[in-house]
Design a protein around this ligand. Structure first.
Ligand code: DP6
Length: 333
């Protein structure tokens, strides 16, 4: 038996009271995975092969306003104050997500979505985007949903969006059910006020293969992928302990090793998937040199050329000396 996104929406929203309002606005943060989501067991529902664990970037993300339209036959979408044409893939993704919340009603909406992160910064806005759209559309329909339901609905838009429903450290439990009703994120209770994320924006990047296609290629073509689920599960357990103990070195080593392992599976795919640019490698080498020089700093990378640094507040000046353009994000109040 296979389940569609519409089945998922029906089972979560079918019994909700419909209390429409004219406009609803919501915010969701970007998240960076310390243990990555890479590989799906169900591509239609974005059900992952492994659990993943992320940290939210408190002030970076997406604000989305959903306004109910009267007498319109189509939805209208604005991204960063610019109208998006119906032929655009972004428009189609947004409308497909709205369809989940219309059920059998003919509701039409205007969507205004604004990312406060430069696309060039390599911080995926699709996670915060789908999380904010999920919250705002549920809100405009008056559906009273808990975090779990919001996370499941965000996940069917984009997997990593299920983690952007929450702040702080967040674990996405892969779940076992074929309909994915147990595949959702939950926040961890710990905070880490001294933890910092450094974003390095590299230029000259070639157009990348999207995560969706990249994951499918990796799962299908590399024998190395068979080692990934077990490493991810082991890494998550270590990361959770490192967070409880505030053991920065253990957190950094585990996150960097996890990212490098994910990239190893990508590189060993066919055709090869190499998201790194020469500048990415230059940054890695500087990070490794800094560590040799005694500065505790680790890196992580996603499906793009940009490198994100992990460090604690006391070494911020040393990091800035080597990377003057780094944008430093404080992760907890
Ligand atoms: C490398 O969530 O963008 O950033 O579910 O196909 O929309 P889809 O993929 P997406 O993949 C994110 C992959 C990653 C790792 C991570 O964020 O865990």
């Amino acid at each position: 038996m296979t389940f569609s996104r519409v089945d998922v929406a029906r089972s979560l929203l079918g019994d909700c009271e419909y209390r429409p309002v004219d406009v609803f606005e919501a915010w969701a943060p970007v998240n960076i995975a310390l243990c990555k989501y890479w590989g799906k067991r169900d591509a239609a529902l974005n059900l992952p092969v492994n659990d993943s664990l992320s940290v939210a970037l408190p002030d970076k993300g997406t604000r989305t306003r959903v306004t109910r339209l009267q007498g319109e036959s189509k939805d209208i979408v604005f991204l960063n104050d610019q109208p998006v044409s119906e032929a655009d893939g972004f428009y189609q993704k947004v409308v497909a997500h709205l369809n989940l919340f219309r059920l059998d009603r003919g509701d039409r909406f205007r969507i205004d979505t604004v990312n406060n992160i430069a696309t060039a910064a390599g911080l995926a806005s699709s996670a915060s985007g789908f999380a904010a759209l999920t919250r705002a559309t549920a809100g405009v329909q008056g559906f009273n949903l808990d975090g779990k339901a919001l996370s499941i609905l965000a996940r069917v838009g984009s997997g990593s969006a299920c983690r952007s429903v929450f702040d702080g450290f967040v674990r996405w439990h892969k779940g076992e059910a074929v309909d994915g009703m147990d595949s959702c994120a939950a926040p961890l209770s710990q905070v880490w006020p001294g933890l910092r994320l450094g974003v390095l924006t590299l230029t000259g990047a070639a157009k990348k293969v999207g995560s969706r296609e990249g994951m499918a290629r990796t799962v299908e073509t590399t024998p190395l992928y068979s080692a990934w689920p077990a490493q991810a599960e082991a890494d998550i357990a270590i990361l959770e302990q490192a967070i409880v103990d505030r053991d920065f070195e253990l957190l950094g080593v585990t996150a960097e090793h996890n990212a490098m392992t994910m990239h190893a599976t990508m590189i060993a795919s066919w055709p090869p998937l190499l998201y790194w640019e020469p500048e990415s490698v230059a940054v890695m080498q500087k990070v490794w040199q800094l560590r040799k020089d005694g500065v505790p700093v680790y890196l992580t990378m996603d499906a793009g050329p940009n490198v994100k640094l992990l460090f604690e507040s006391p070494v911020e000046d040393s990091i800035r000396q080597v990377f003057p353009d780094v944008e430093v994000v404080k992760l907890f109040p």
